[in-house]
Unconditional design. Sequence first.
Length: 101
Amino acid sequence: MDYKDILNRATIQEISTYILTGTTPIPGQEEKRLEDRQKEAYQLIDAALEENGVPEDSSLRDSINEYEYLLSTIYMELGFRAGIAFRMDLQAPAMKEESDQ
């Protein structure tokens, strides 16, 4: 199997969507930039907090931001680990083929 061809066709969005949901992205669906996706997430949180009368200088908002920061660091580490594991899995068959020759 030619993994290079597969990896050249795949995008990070397609891979992450498949890992998270088990499906491929919907054809024609707009891929949003990471910054836009993050901004939308913050807007949803802000709207919910405003709807419930939580002031902007509330410790609840600070706690939510801290929680988001911790989650992003955890997922960054998981992403690096998954990437390394993925790379090792792809490299293993190639190394076996070289040792067989």
